[in-house]
Design a protein around this ligand. Structure first.
Ligand SMILES: N[C@@H](CCC(=O)N[C@@H](CS)C(=O)NCC(=O)O)C(=O)O
Length: 271
């Protein structure tokens, strides 16, 4: 197989040349119409696309702040008849950049939404934030920032070994460590990983809470899709979080070696 001889250098090289970016964050919701209403009315997202797949008993809706070919978007999945999911503890929140957190919180309250943390400076920092919950209980952190091309700016995941995770996202996905910050007063460290600067593109915010090695995945949050390739497979990192990557990449021996090293699982998918 030609791809079997690909070196680690080449695997990492693809990340620089294949126009990789975070495409979709995929998760399951119990009522598509209710979630679409909340995201469009309270968070200012647009409904970009909706499709029903009755033969497989599910429907999808794609929402975001701009077209899918240039923006990171949410991909909601509704499975017929399932109205409740367990979000688990590994998924943290989505970050949304807004120009006025207090105003957004007022709007969320006016629409009957749930605010779990009132606007104010983040503990140990200056950025004004607030936390709200969508109809399924997925948390959104509102971050006060100036205008940005990518308001859907973060996916926060909790990890049990930060350095191992950083290496994994660098090596398996070609992401860069954009920033790392320890917050000893509140006993956590965060690492921002992604394909571009934080103010212009969406990033993964990995959070390590001192001494916490294990989290539950639940069954609500699914995966981040990166790589605009037609043939993709799902990749699990230590059985917790999934990423979709190209089949070509997965066929390389180096990539498989990375998998063994990081105890990931591969699962095929139709999309
Ligand atoms: N123990 C926290 C650690 C992460 C954390 O505290 N993140 C900051 C945002 S970077 C936060 O949520 N602060 C809450 C606040 O300021 O009220 C967790 O796992 O969510």
């Amino acid at each position: 197989m030609a791809q079997a001889a690909v070196s680690e250098g080449n695997v990492l090289g693809w990340a620089k040349t294949d126009k990789r970016r975070m495409l979709h964050v995929v998760y399951r919701v119990g009522n598509l119409d209710k979630t679409i209403k909340f995201y469009t009315e309270c968070l200012g997202m647009k409904l970009l696309r909706r499709r029903d797949i009755p033969e497989e008993s599910y429907a999808n809706a794609f929402l975001g702040y701009g077209p899918e070919d240039s923006h990171f978007v949410v991909e909601l999945t509704y499975n017929y008849g399932v109205d409740k999911y367990d979000i688990g503890t590994g998924f943290g929140h989505f970050g949304i950049a807004v120009e006025d957190v207090a105003k957004t919180v007022d709007l969320v309250k006016a629409k009957g939404g749930k605010v779990t943390r009132e606007p104010g400076p983040v503990k140990g920092g200056k950025t004004v934030i607030a936390f709200i919950e969508d109809p399924d209980g997925y948390k959104f952190e509102l971050l006060e920032r100036g205008p940005t091309p990518e308001p859907l700016c973060q996916v926060m995941l909790r990890v049990g070994d930060l350095d191992r995770s950083i290496k994994f996202y660098e090596k398996a996905f070609g992401m860069e460590l954009l920033r790392k910050r320890d917050n000893p007063d509140y006993k956590y460290t965060i690492a921002m990983m992604g394909y571009g600067p934080e103010d212009k593109s969406a990033v993964l915010e990995l959070t390590y809470n001192y001494g916490v090695m294990e989290y539950d995945k639940g069954n609500g949050y699914a995966q981040v899709n990166s790589q605009p390739f037609p043939k993709r497979v799902l990749l699990y990192f230590r059985g917790i979080f999934k990423f979709q990557v190209s089949l070509r990449m997965v066929l390389s021996e180096t990539f498989l070696a990375l998998h063994r090293a990081y105890s990931t699982q591969l699962v095929s998918t139709k999309t």
